[in-house]
Design a protein around this ligand. Structure first.
Ligand code: SAJ
Length: 406
């Protein structure tokens, strides 16, 4: 039986996937409310295909509890935030979860860490916890790192199809865990050592962050000299060895906006390009706010309360607001003592910020200037409703005449 510890954005789909592919699974989370919701037969966030997967797993007998189980395999999938000051990974949740596992696990058990961690974190923080409990790693307890790789919005598909990395001290243990993931994963599963697995995960997200920063920098250069960044990127990407990503209002989510900082925090004198890239991305919400003021001035608008931000989530078609550029922009607005921007997002039904709307038509009736912060399908399907408004399109999706870009 596999005990999945942590039933959030990654742990839950992983537990469901294993269970619906014939692996006996018990999911554990310390959040009583979350466990109660799952036990009532409801999922805790929206994701394509998740509800169907949940039903399959229920039929297969998955159980949810707040208790840690006595078993031979644990998959730890808890958050790894970063310390905003030192930029280093904060392994406190992983350490707490492993401590709790140690209280119940029998000798011979394997502990798999799925949470993203910087290279060396398992050596520095996890091994000592296991040893402090009197276990010899490699003999009494086996340690594995199997970082997740799925993208919110397409999690179910990517769980089934992405290649995976498994880092283990012992090859046979790596192969044993590979078999468990291979129950559902149709991609290639590479077995390597733990530190390599830690580094690959952080590097994948860093690669994307640096590429997005490059696109954002190009957008600023093009804005400065009145060039069309989208046309330029489109043409450049026709070159067989060029693949530039898209500029945007900032980078959110719990991965690309966070993981690269681990390398900056751990290797401050070496990770120069990464540091600069992260600062470039982090400055984008402020850049958008300045664009708003610039355009208001050009249009002779003075009332910020007639400006509306479309989208609160960190990207399109998900209900996840972690590190969202819109929230960063609203914070920045408060710092500039210029509050009053209106906000709307079809995926956010609770009130989370001031001046928030829950209906597209009411939102549009209350503003003259719309800033497209997130390219949800809803706005793409309702583009005609923006006609007659001032539009700042941060994603180049609006084809109406006179639209502004970042
Ligand atoms: N973004 C841009 N321009 C682009 C692409 C994205 O500004 O061209 C922005 C998005 O709007 C968003 C942010 O970047 O705010 C991140 O979104 P994303 O869709 O690129 O990635 P995440 O954070 O949802 O998921 C990433 C994925 N990593 C990579 O693609 C290398 C996913 O595979 C990982 O599993 C996930 O991080 C994670 O958990 O680490």
């Amino acid at each position: 039986m596999v005990n999945v510890i942590g039933l959030g954005y990654i742990g839950l789909p992983t537990a469901l996937m294993l269970s619906s592919h014939g692996v006996e699974v018990i999911g554990t989370d310390y959040n009583k409310e979350l466990v109660a919701t799952l036990n009532e037969g409801k999922t805790t966030f929206k994701e394509d295909g998740l509800d169907e997967l949940f039903q399959d797993a229920l039929k297969a007998g998955i159980k949810f509890t707040t208790e840690y189980q006595v078993t031979d395999t644990y998959i730890v999938s808890v958050p790894t935030p970063y310390d905003k000051f030192s930029k280093k990974v904060d392994a406190c949740y992983v350490v707490a979860a492993v401590k709790d596992v140690m209280k119940v696990c029998p000798k011979g058990a394997t502990v798999v860490i799925e949470s993203t961690v910087s290279p060396g974190t398992i050596e520095k923080f996890v091994r000592p916890v296991i040893e402090a409990n009197g276990f010899v790693i490699g003999k009494d307890i086996h340690l594995v790192h199997a970082p997740e790789r799925i993208i919110p919005g397409n999690m179910v598909y990517e769980l089934l199809h992405n290649n995976r990395t498994i880092g283990a001290d012992e090859k046979e243990i790596g192969e044993k865990i590979k078999k468990i993931y291979a129950s559902f994963c149709q991609g290639e599963i590479v077995v390597t050592d733990i530190k390599t697995a830690e580094m690959t995960k952080v590097v994948e997200n860093t690669y994307r962050a640096v590429n997005i920063a490059f696109a954002n920098e190009l957008a600023k250069i093009c804005r400065h000299d009145n060039m069309n960044v989208y046309e330029i990127i489109r043409i450049c990407n026709m070159h067989p060895r060029v693949n530039i990503l898209q500029p945007g209002p900032g980078v959110g989510g719990h991965c690309i906006s966070v993981d690269p900082w681990f390398l900056v925090g751990d290797y401050p004198s070496l990770a120069k390009v990464i540091d600069e890239a992260m600062r470039t991305n982090d400055a984008m919400p402020d850049f958008v706010l300045n664009r708003i003021y610039e355009i208001m001035k050009e249009k002779g608008m003075t009332d910020i309360t007639r400006v509306g931000l479309y989208g609160l989530t960190y990207k399109e078609n998900v209900d996840d607001m972690r590190e969202s550029p819109t929230l960063q922009l609203l914070e920045s607005q408060e710092r500039h003592l210029a509050t009053g921007l209106k906000v709307y997002d079809p995926f956010i039904t609770k009130d989370v910020v001031p001046n928030q709307f829950h209906d597209l038509n009411k939102f549009l009736a209350a503003v003259d200037f719309v800033v497209i912060m997130v390219k949800h399908n809803e706005i793409k399907e309702n583009m005609d409703k923006l006609s007659g408004k001032v539009v700042l399109d941060c994603h180049n999706i609006c084809k109406l005449p006179g639209v502004y870009h970042i």
